[in-house]
Design a protein around this ligand. Sequence first.
Ligand SMILES: [Zn+2]
Length: 85
Amino acid sequence: MNEQQFIPFLQQLKQLSPSQRQRLHHTLDDCETSTEEVLTIKATLRKCPHCESTSLRPWGSSHGLPRYRCACCLKTCNPLTKSPL
Ligand SMILES: [Zn+2]
């Protein structure tokens, strides 16, 4: 949604009834939960992105992401290694 659509949208929020506000809250809560779930999935690494081995060991963290070292190829990786991000 761009800014020009968002401002009238905010104005409309003021016209919500108490029960509609509550439903809006629930909807926003649902959105946040699903965002967190996606992040949890991305932050968990099961396989080495270099050699596909599952022998990953926790190796501290960097840039706010958990870091792992592969016991097989000894390379380190994080959940975003070799992903489009
Ligand atoms: Zn590896």
